[in-house]
Design a protein around this ligand. Structure first.
Ligand code: ZN
Ligand code: ZN
Length: 267
């Protein structure tokens, strides 16, 4: 998890504890913490675009400017998405069973921008006009908005998968080494074969009719070569090389890949 995402979580926790105090005078602190949570979640989101929008470009910027650029890069990055995977029955064929990795609830950038400005207005003294007219701050409205923002932030921060900016590029944790993989999905392509930079895993990314991207890890089920065992193991295609081996979990024997030459005499 990025430092920005954990900052967003801790700011949200402070905001929620201030909200729970039920004191109207504390609402300005709620607004401040929520604003900080929004800033952190925006920086976190920006990180998902680091190939398009390198962090060194925006590290000195105000969050609002970062939000505007993100909206420019991808105004469609606001949809929720679900990541799932399955084993291909044979290379290139659709898996029969798909396992969901989780659904990402995106804290919509347009909404972020709107709330951010509103929260800012809670941090200033009320206008002279309002003071002169004798109407105090509308705490009820302020509390309602803060609660709404806190709940949206909570949902976004609780997503098991996040910053998967589908339609542009895909981002997920490698099934093997857990390192984050982010790849741009070219607009003119419907599928893409990618390799993890940190391990031997490879994947096919497929654009689905609904615009989401499906990620299928390349795996193969191979049986132990011990005739008395035959225990199946999942092997990555990039592991199938001459001399590559694995220890069978059941019989503890070692299976080794060997190049073979088979001669077929003329019949
Ligand atoms: Zn990996
Ligand atoms: Zn075995």
């Amino acid at each position: 998890m990025s430092i920005h995402r954990s900052r967003a979580r801790s700011a949200l926790a402070s905001a929620q504890s201030e909200l729970a105090s039920d004191e109207d005078q504390r609402l300005k602190y709620v607004a401040l913490e929520l604003r900080m949570a929004i800033e952190s979640i925006t920086y976190d989101r920006a990180f998902a675009y680091k190939s398009e929008f390198p962090p060194q470009e925006y590290e000195t910027w105000q969050p609002k400017k970062v939000m505007s650029v993100l909206l420019e890069i991808d105004s469609t990055a606001d949809s929720d998405s679900t990541l799932s995977f399955g084993m291909e029955p044979s290379p290139g064929h659709k898996p029969e069973v798909m396992n969901a990795l989780g659904t990402e609830v995106v804290f919509n950038l347009q909404v972020i921008k709107r709330h951010y400005d509103a929260l800012g207005s809670y941090l200033h003294s009320q206008t002279l006009k309002r003071t002169l007219s004798g109407s105090g701050p509308d705490y009820k409205k302020m509390r309602k908005r803060c609660e709404e923002i806190a709940s949206a932030l909570e949902k976004a921060l609780a997503s098991p998968v996040f910053n998967s900016t589908f339609g542009i590029f895909s981002s997920f944790d490698c099934c093997e080494c857990k390192v984050r993989i982010r790849r741009r999905m070219p607009r003119d392509k419907d599928s893409l074969v990618i390799d993890c930079f940190d391990c031997l895993a490879s994947y096919t990314l497929t654009r689905m009719p609904d615009g989401q991207v499906r990620m299928d890890p390349h795996q193969q089920k191979i049986l132990c070569a011990n005739t008395g065992c035959g225990h199946p193991t999942i092997i990555l295609p990039r592991e199938i090389v001459n001399g590559g081996d694995w220890i069978c979990e059941k019989c503890c024997g070692r299976n080794e890949f060997r190049l073979g030459l088979v001669h077929h005499p003329l019949t």
